[in-house]
Ligand binder design. Structure first.
Ligand code: GDP
Ligand code: MG
Ligand code: ZN
Length: 300
């Protein structure tokens, strides 16, 4: 019988069968997945074939997100599979989400081929017609991203987000404290997701749980991965990064050298565009910072 993995602990899986019944199941034997070495063969969002209490087969994934199991390891941990979209929660105050975090996230999401909706939460804390908020929304919209302003407190944006959730599988992402759990509770109080205090365990970053759970909410499905800010790292060549910044990709076509990395090369159209304010300084800084990490071998 076909089913959807809605929760996992790494060795035990909860599968929602067609029709709604949830069974706890184990994997029969070992699955071989092509191309990736993973610590977990199955993840939340996987469609599987269940016989009794055994998972006997897994459907091919449309997409998936992974994180490196550790810096030294070549193994990866699959966080979630078959996503329609990601809601990236950010806040401009209490706390302020660093733009570099946002830009890194967007690069990885593009590489994974998962569409991102940027949700600017806690706008109730900002002055009406806040110029920074306007500029922020304008910047990311001009790059082709959907940006929704939201407040769990006043309800702004909630109706629009509910529409976007319906009928889809979405992942909730963002730094802690930006209101992800509060958002889930606002959609459905019976979920009773814990909010507020950041646990000490999470702050150390040592025993961060990586087990995802899928909630049925607002006519769709939302995946919450406690303790995960973003998608973790992904193998990328230096020359690839510019492809995941739409504006750098566009202007980069006019650089003198086809392999221009837009640092100090002569006749670089990207640097000229930054100077002419056609490319945002903060986006360019994020680009340089990712490039630096890759050159330093941090992603290897
Ligand atoms: N002012 C304001 N506070 C919010 C909003 N959403 C969440 N919060 C508060 O922000 C804190 C962190 O929220 P939480 O949902 O735990 O964030 P998470 O770590 O992303 O899950 C809590 O104290 C919430 O009450 C909002 O829209 N406006
Ligand atoms: Mg939370
Ligand atoms: Zn260039």
């Amino acid at each position: 019988m076909k089913g959807l993995v809605i929760k996992s602990t790494g060795s035990r899986y909860w599968v929602e069968l067609i029709g709604g019944q949830v069974v706890e199941a184990r994997i029969k034997g070992r699955f071989r997945l092509q191309g990736i070495r993973t610590t977990n063969p199955l993840a939340v969002g996987d469609w599987v074939e269940v016989e009794g209490e055994q998972i006997v087969a897994i459907d091919e994934r449309r997409n998936y997100i992974i994180r490196k199991a550790s810096n030294l390891s070549k193994e990866s941990h699959i966080l979630a599979a078959n996503l329609d979209q990601v809601f990236l929660f950010v806040t401009l105050a209490q706390p302020e989400t660093p733009t570099e975090f946002v830009d890194r996230f967007l690069v990885t999401a593009k590489a994974y081929d998962v569409p991102v909706v940027i949700v600017v939460n806690k706008v109730d804390l900002l002055p009406t017609d806040d110029e920074y908020l306007k500029g922020y929304c304008y910047l990311y919209r001009s790059l082709g991203y959907e940006v929704i302003t939201c407040s769990v407190v006043t309800g702004e944006g909630m109706a629009l987000l509910q529409e976007k959730i319906a009928g889809k599988v979405s992942l909730l992402a963002g730094n802690s404290g930006v209101g992800k759990s509060s958002f889930l509770n606002a959609l459905d109080a019976s979920l009773e997701v814990k909010t507020g205090a950041i646990s000490k365990v999470h702050q150390t970053g040592m025993h961060t749980t990586t087990y995802a759970e899928m909630f049925a909410v607002a006519g769709g499905r939302m995946i919450d991965i406690p303790g995960i800010k973003g998608f973790g790292l992904i193998d990328m060549e230096a020359a690839e990064i510019g492809h995941y910044f739409p504006e750098i990709f566009k202007h980069g076509a006019n650089c003198k050298f086809a392999d221009c990395l837009h640092r100090n090369e002569p006749d670089c159209a990207v640097r000229k565009a930054v100077e002419a304010h056609l490319i945002s300084q903060s986006r360019y800084q994020s680009y340089l910072s990712i490039l630096e990490d890759i050159s330093a071998g941090k992603y290897r």
